[in-house]
Design a protein around this ligand. Structure first.
Ligand SMILES: [Zn+2]
Length: 599
């Protein structure tokens, strides 16, 4: 508890101190298994036992009940109130997190959009923000609560938070260091129900993204406090292998919410102590805005370790907007704010993918990738481009074997570095399109050209079928609300034809037990059906999935396999088909919106 006490004193800037009193351990009158289903009696017995030994729980602001075995409630904290239950393993992270609930903090989740964008419709991933105790990152005492949480708890007052209602430039100081000479966070109203919060952190010095970028959280505007009003950390590099490590918005780049007319660009550091960042916020809609043009030249494309290469960007903007630049050298070092930069790579014998991004800070941006070879790499590089009807496809996530990934630049160009000799499966993902994967053998001498096909909003068809392997996922570009009828024609080579809509996954031919129909997530979570999961391999089956506000039914070749009654009215997501360890071929996905009266 000493570590917990010290932590709260530090992160609250001395505004909260906890003093812990430890009563002796005592034996409860009933057995653990009995208490597991009798929580009220458990709490009453524990409190009475403490009181009998001279520790009256009513005289304390908080209470923690620690059990030596799980008695229903290992790691639970009452939301905004007194009551905290712990069972082994008990650690610093759990105590800090549950006390956070006691003080009235909701979870901090990472937002994951269905279409791979930053803020598109999607889902909350709880315990995925490893830099916030309410997001699962309580194990490192350098991880502070978010600026929004500190404001909710009153640790940051009105002076510490800038309410942005006009376009302008705003300075915020690191929220995790004491001694700031100004504000610690921005609050930007989005609409009647949501707002953005912007924060800057400087304590995790080994994370260059945090050191050179800001974190943006999307939150409910309502602060009356409900535990389900989770804060959502926005990940500026969704689906990257680094998880939330590279979630921050880097200096010189713009976060765009076109729908709400909010554009946020951290433009420079303040060179203050503690460090601060200046942020340009542009509010409004700029429908006639043109994206800037960008050309980048380098003094060399190969160098030895420590040898400088100069990059010169030439950008233009038809609207005459001021431009800002961001440089990512592919070695986790960054630069910003200027069109000409010099960089030296200290790591040797490798290829590096450098990227220059230019933004007009009003929603228009362009980027350019350059591959740089340092020393004599033992591994290989791969370059290629993606087009759709001859038009370059910007911002497509390209991955080699699901580990190494990059996004295409404005010319549809991509480069992948550090690939071993042999075959690689190159996949590309962007919402609303399908890109056929490519098999490439390294070393490869030719550029790969990949083609993107636009997908119909509610009808996806292919005579030869879309072939899915590994992490491939075929999704409708649109999201749907019940009542809907979904018809899928597909086959699997062996196992795991998987679907998502009214559940996170419905699995046919599950690799562990092929005859069981698996239903994970959604209102019917865990209602697996014995004997209903098998489909013939290598044979097209027609799956009909009927989902109304009150029930779902799944038919295979017109035979009922599954039905469940529940509340399906809140579903609003795309229809997806995917696989695991097999090859699934999808001929068609059709979604028909049914008349709204159908229950
Ligand atoms: Zn929790």
């Amino acid at each position: 508890m000493h570590a917990v006490e010290a932590y709260y004193r530090e992160v609250s800037d001395g505004k909260l101190s906890i003093e812990t009193t430890f009563p002796p351990t005592f034996r409860m009158p009933h057995r653990a298994a009995w208490y597991a289903t009798n929580h009220a009696q458990r709490d009453q017995d524990a409190r009475a036992a403490a009181k009998a030994r001279g520790f009256d729980p009513d005289k304390f602001d908080l209470e923690i009940m620690v059990f030596n075995s799980a008695v229903g409630g290992d790691g639970v904290g009452i939301f905004r109130g007194k009551g905290l239950w712990l069972a082994p393993p008990i650690g610093f992270a759990g105590v800090v997190h549950e006390l956070g609930h006691n003080f009235g903090l909701p979870h901090n989740a990472v937002w994951k959009a269905w279409d791979g964008s930053v803020i598109g419709p999607g889902t909350e991933m709880t315990y995925a923000d490893s830099y916030d105790p309410m997001g699962g990152g309580g194990d490192d005492p350098r991880n502070h609560f978010s600026v929004r949480s500190k404001a909710l708890l009153g640790w940051f007052g009105p002076k510490d938070i800038l309410n942005v209602t006009n376009s302008g430039r705003y300075r915020i100081y690191a929220e995790d260091l004491p001694g700031a000479a100004g504000a610690r966070g921005l609050r930007i109203g989005r609409d009647a129900t949501h707002e953005y919060w912007v924060e800057f952190r400087q304590l995790i010095s080994e994370n260059p993204y945090l050191m050179n970028g800001v974190r943006i959280l999307k939150c409910h505007a309502d602060v009356s406090g409900k535990v389900d009003m989770t804060l959502n950390l926005l990940d500026m590099t969704p689906d990257s292998p680094l998880g939330c490590k590279d979630a921050p918005l880097l200096l010189g780049r713009t976060f765009c919410d076109d729908k709400s007319g909010i554009y946020i660009t951290p433009v420079s550091k303040g060179n203050t102590s503690p460090e601060s960042v200046d942020i340009q916020v542009n509010l409004g809609h700029f429908p006639a805005n043109h994206r800037p043009t960008l050309r980048v030249i380098a003094t060399a494309q190969a160098a030895t370790a420590g040898e400088p290469i100069v990059f010169r960007a030439t950008a233009g903007d038809l609207d005459g907007n001021p431009l800002d630049y961001s440089w990512d050298f592919g070695d986790e070092s960054f630069d910003w704010g200027k069109p000409v930069v010099t960089h030296r790579w200290e790591k040797t014998d490798g290829d590096f993918v450098a990227r220059c991004t230019v933004t007009d800070m009003k929603g228009g941006s362009a980027s350019k990738l350059l591959l740089v070879t340092i020393g004599h790499p033992l591994l290989h590089r791969l370059v290629g481009s993606i087009t759709c009807y001859g038009k370059p496809m910007d911002n497509v996530l390209v991955a080699a074997d699901t580990t190494n990934s990059v996004r295409t630049d404005s010319e549809g160009f991509f480069g992948l570095a550090g690939l071993k000799s042999g075959n690689h499966r190159i996949t590309a993902r962007i919402g609303g399109y399908w890109v056929d994967p490519a098999m490439v053998e390294c070393p490869a001498t030719e550029n790969i050209t990949m083609t993107a096909f636009p997908l119909g909003r509610d009808t996806i068809e292919s005579k030869d079928g879309f072939v899915l392997q590994d992490d491939d996922c075929l999704s409708t570009p649109a999201t749907f609300r019940p009542p809907v009828q979904i018809t899928i024609v597909a086959k699997t080579s062996a196992t795991n034809l998987r679907l998502a809509y009214a559940a996170d996954q419905v699995i046919f031919n599950w690799e562990v037990n092929g005859t069981e129909l698996r239903v994970d997530g959604g209102p019917a979570n865990g209602q697996h059906k014995t004997g209903m999961g098998a489909i013939a391999p290598n044979e097209d089956v027609t799956i009909r999935w009927l989902v109304t506000p009150k029930r779902q039914m799944i038919f295979v070749n017109n035979k009922l396999r599954f039905q469940h009654a529940g509340d399906y009215s809140q579903i609003d997501r795309p229809v997806s088909v995917f696989t695991h360890q097999s090859t699934v071929t999808v001929k068609s996905i059709r979604v028909r919106q049914l008349p709204s009266g159908i229950q």
